[in-house]
Design a protein around this ligand. Structure first.
Ligand code: NAD
Length: 320
């Protein structure tokens, strides 16, 4: 981590810290010398993700739900609220839990920040833009979301979380920020979580066909997790209320992604086209002008490099 970014945090609380992004945040904060309390109910995360820090003196793990009031006695200067199922497979399996975590969980995490007069960051998502009619998406676009579609449990929970965070800052003066993460990938994703990168990597390494939905022309922008974490911590270190987009503005079609994974994994897998899920967005690409200007942030890791690292991690896990 850039040490000029976060000189002052002594103790941070990371909800969802045993998940994919959360565990990378815990690692970056610990590296920087910030003590971390990770609050996670392990509903979609894994203790394995935080195993490397469990013995560290600066790291505490509370197995608890953010839907219950959070109980942290030590002074806290930063609350990163990352608890929430994030992959479609998870939030479709856990619809009420997802809504409760986005609403009650966000309320409890905000209350913790208010009590400790800590900086608060909400992990929001590009899903607040739904199936966008503006491309690329800038923060002032309000989105095109189906409030009763299958994805609504996630999209609307995050939209509500943004509204709650904004109201908390306005009514109680809590120091809040909102980051809208676009697709992030990297080590510690689960091969079966349903997201494109881990699915393709798992299939390519197993020599199975890569299952591309629709005709594969729908686009995503993929940000390597180290870049995302750097952006989140830059937002936390700033006084920006946001929302601010954090994502890689380089767009790639799902078919191009599948072909790149096959090449980098040195695999003989072919591509198999399957049905596209309901309300799956056709395009997704962040406008990161705000993050560039206010946070001096932009991604630095190319898809080729990030996918190479991710494939290496999956390969080592399979060999272990
Ligand atoms: N990975 C991405 O591409 C992406 C994109 C946009 C937004 N986000 C946001 O980033 C955050 C982390 O996503 P991720 O990809 O790491 O997902 P993940 O599923 O790997 O991690 C989420 C973590 O939250 C925990 N959790 C869920 N509900 C909880 C609750 N009620 N109380 C305590 N812990 C709970 C889970 O056990 C898990 O460890 C989420 O808020 C997600 O919406 C991620």
């Amino acid at each position: 981590m850039n040490t000029s970014v976060a000189p002052h945090w002594r103790h941070a609380v990371v909800t969802g810290g045993a998940g994919f992004v959360g565990s990378h945040l815990c690692a970056a904060l610990l590296d920087h010398g910030t003590d971390v309390t990770c609050v996670d109910d392990l509903s979609t995360g894994a203790q394995e993700n935080i195993a490397p820090f469990l013995g560290s003196p600066g790291f505490t793990f509370q197995r608890a739900s953010a839907c219950q009031p959070l109980n942290v006695e030590r002074p806290v200067d930063l609350v990163l609220h990352f608890a929430s199922p994030a992959s479609p497979a998870d939030y479709l399996r856990l619809p009420l839990h997802t809504l409760e975590t986005g609403s009650l969980g966000t309320r409890n995490a905000l209350a913790l920040a208010r009590t400790h007069e800590a900086r608060f960051i909400l992990a929001s998502t590009s899903e607040v833009y739904g199936d966008p009619q503006q491309h690329p998406q800038s923060e002032d676009y309000w989105g095109n979301v189906n409030p009763v579609g299958p994805r609504s449990v996630y999209d609307e929970a995050k939209r509500f979380g943004e509204a709650l965070t904004t109201a908390e800052a306005g009514e109680n003066g809590t120091d809040t920020g909102i980051v809208r993460l676009f697709n992030t990938y990297g080590p510690r994703m689960r091969g079966h979580d349903g997201r494109a990168v881990p699915t393709f990597v798992r299939q390519a390494l197993a020599g199975e066909p890569l299952t591309v939905t629709g005709d594969g022309r729908q686009t995503r922008s993929l940000c390597y997790v180290d870049d995302t974490v750097r952006g989140i911590l830059a937002a936390a270190a700033s006084d920006l209320r946001g929302p601010v987009n954090l994502g890689n503005p380089v767009e790639i079609t799902m078919l191009e992604l599948a072909e790149l994974v096959v090449e980098l994994a040195d695999s003989r897998s072919t591509v198999r086209f399957i049905e596209r899920p309901t309300d799956d967005p056709a395009v997704r690409c962040p406008d990161i002008t705000l993050a560039r200007g206010k946070l001096q942030w932009e991604p630095g890791i190319t898809a080729r490099e990030g996918l190479g690292r991710t494939i290496g991690w999956f390969r080592r896990r399979l060999a272990a």
